[in-house]
Write a protein that binds this ligand. Structure first.
Ligand SMILES: *[C@@H]1O[C@H](CO)[C@@H](O)[C@H](O)[C@H]1NC(C)=O
Ligand SMILES: *[C@@H]1O[C@H](CO)[C@@H](O)[C@H](O)[C@H]1NC(C)=O
Ligand SMILES: *[C@@H]1O[C@H](CO)[C@@H](O)[C@H](O)[C@H]1NC(C)=O
Ligand SMILES: *[C@@H]1O[C@H](CO)[C@@H](O)[C@H](O)[C@H]1NC(C)=O
Length: 282
């Protein structure tokens, strides 16, 4: 019996080492979700998105911009600190360091949750309602060529098993399918999917504990590329804040870099501004 419990203690210690959280300056987890092709004004008029900006522990990032048109370079920018010389929605492989390299160097866990992703390092352009152009991870050559990394791009449904096991990665990047992200439907359709999905999970401490949430879009449908972005969660100080600083998709890497004192990518992340103004470790 004593032997068994000593074994159990060692076993539990191993498990807790494997899932150890690397504490951040402002937050311990970052969860982002990206919707599609919506002008700032339209997003602001959506009742659910508007309600997020008036919640306690929220920051409305009212001067946030996409970096390009069409979709793909915006997604690439979130991980790569530049458009990776991509100007279209075609299939490309991008070489060089990306955000995943910086996170792994510090032992910070990550996953790309892609709705309808078939798994098994699927690299084709499309499968059902999943599209590669909205999944920047698979375009990073040092992810697609590495089976262990590739296995962290998963079908989004896996998030519920991860939450049930208190295993939400420290960097979680959620991409809804072409219907639920509004691309082939409408903002109204997307928010009718998102609201119940998100509200249900916000009740789960395995989702919210130390997590900063970013809800945003890839791009607008005008030349200004002004998009809606909102932060939520316990890392935000008390109150519903508006931050009028100019941010872009490069600010995502910069925020994670500052939070976990990561190296930088040496690209547009270096001079981007982190959206940490109203954050404080809870
Ligand atoms: C949170 O994770 C723990 C495992 O550490 C699990 O027992 C619990 O059921 C999870 N809670 C929810 C609401 O998923
Ligand atoms: C929240 O996470 C921290 C580590 O980041 C952990 O120490 C704490 O037990 C967790 N609290 C809950 C309620 O899960
Ligand atoms: C807002 O959240 C803070 C914790 O950050 C809490 O102390 C405060 O009571 C909350 N305010 C309201 C109005 O709920
Ligand atoms: C960052 O800005 C500084 C000062 O303007 C400039 O010298 C430097 O080249 C920029 N770095 C990058 C990587 O863009």
């Amino acid at each position: 019996m004593a032997k068994l419990s000593a074994f159990a203690t060692v076993f539990l210690a191993i498990i807790s080492t494997a899932t150890a959280i690397v504490p951040g300056t402002f937050f311990d987890r970052f969860f982002m979700i990206i919707f599609e092709n919506t002008n700032f004004d339209a997003a602001q008029q959506n009742a659910y998105l508007k309600s997020l900006t008036s919640r306690n522990n929220s920051v409305f990032l009212s001067h946030y911009s996409g970096i390009a048109h069409p979709s793909q370079p915006n997604y690439i920018a979130t991980l790569y600190g530049s458009n990776g010389d991509i100007f279209d929605d075609g299939v490309h492989d991008v070489n060089g360091n990306n955000l995943v390299d910086l996170l792994e160097a510090k032992g910070i866990s990550w996953k790309g949750y892609m709705q309808d992703y078939p798994g098994n390092c699927f690299t084709d352009a499309k499968s059902g309602r999943y599209v590669r152009k909205h999944n920047p991870f698979i375009s990073m050559a040092d992810i697609s060529s590495n089976p262990a990394r590739c296995a962290k791009i998963v079908n989004a449904d896996e998030i519920d098993a991860d939450l049930a096991a208190d295993g939400l990665p420290q960097f979680s990047y959620y991409v809804p399918n072409l219907d639920n992200d509004g691309h082939d439907t409408s903002l109204d359709f997307a928010m009718k999917w998102f609201q119940p999905w998100f509200e249900e999970r916000l009740k789960n401490p395995n989702f919210t504990n130390g997590t900063l949430f970013l809800i945003t879009f890839d791009e607008d449908e005008t030349v200004t590329n002004h998009i809606f972005a909102s932060l939520l969660g316990s890392p935000v100080t008390s109150g519903a804040h508006e931050d009028t600083t100019s941010y872009s998709h490069y600010s995502i890497s910069k925020t994670l870099i500052d939070n976990w004192k990561l190296d930088n990518l040496g690209r547009n992340d270096v001079n981007a501004t982190a959206f940490t103004q109203f954050l404080q470790h809870s």
